[in-house]
Design a protein around this ligand. Structure first.
Ligand code: SF4
Length: 237
């Protein structure tokens, strides 16, 4: 199993070379980005972030902002009122308890308002080079289909994967499975015909017949990745 896992992650890292959409370099930006992306398309969040960070470039400015000021920068995404409340409280805690810096441990990160284990894991991997596995809906579905785990909740999936995957490879898991889940291992009918790990996958109902418009689908996947990278670059600049 361990060899299978390493081989699968190696192949997927080759196919999906870009970092995660919310890996925004600086810890404060990455934390805000991941909080805002909950149940929202990454593209929508990336589009609003340049103006957001222009208005609130650090925890201090965000902590001082009013709820209305923050909401006005987030109104294009779902649950923006709650998210505005959370990130204001998160910024206030950073300023008051962590010297204005994002902490570097799981225990401290999950104390921040709006930050659960998934967000904390992305921040630990992307900003501090730690080993962790952020489990979202894509990671949950794909690792179950592959046969690596038999779990139904993100919490149980994370615990099982942390035992199963060598710490050296843990940072790769979320990065590649989010993209595999978004483009190929779709929730309905997966595109197994284009999957780099189909020979390593335990899923019983594989869809291996390449459709007539396969070339169009592949080009669209590349286009979507390119768009995501361009949007991400604008936030990091
Ligand atoms: S072979 Fe199919 S079910 Fe298995 S991981 Fe790839 S896309 Fe998903």
């Amino acid at each position: 199993m361990e060899k299978h896992i390493q081989e699968a992650l190696r192949r997927l890292a080759k196919r999906f070379k870009n970092p995660g959409a919310m890996e925004l370099g600086e810890p404060f930006r990455t934390t805000v980005g991941v909080i805002l992306s909950a149940r929202t398309r990454d593209e929508q969040v990336l589009k609003l972030l340049p103006a957001f960070f222009k208005a609130f470039p650090n925890p201090q400015t965000l902590a001082k902002a009013t709820q209305a000021q923050v909401e006005s920068k987030l109104s294009t995404i779902g649950m923006y009122k709650q998210k505005a409340k959370n990130i204001r409280a998160m910024a206030a805690m950073l300023v008051n308890e962590f010297d204005g810096k994002v902490p570097q441990t799981m225990d401290e990160l999950v104390r921040l308002p709006g930050v659960g284990r998934k967000t904390a894991s992305v921040v630990l991997v992307a900003c501090f080079g730690a080993s962790a596995i952020a489990v979202d809906t894509h990671v949950l579905r794909v690792t179950n289909r592959l046969g690596w785990v038999k779990t139904r909740t993100p919490e149980k999936t994370e615990a099982a994967l942390l035992k199963l995957v060598d710490p050296k490879f843990q940072p790769t898991v979320n990065r590649v499975f989010v993209k595999l889940g978004r483009y190929i291992c779709l929730p309905g009918k997966p595109r197994c015909w284009d999957c780099p790990v189909k020979d390593l996958c335990a899923y019983q109902k594989k869809n291996l017949v390449e459709p007539k418009d396969a070339a169009v689908i592949r080009a669209d996947i590349e286009r979507r990745e390119r768009v995501m990278e361009e949007l991400r670059d604008k936030v990091i600049e």
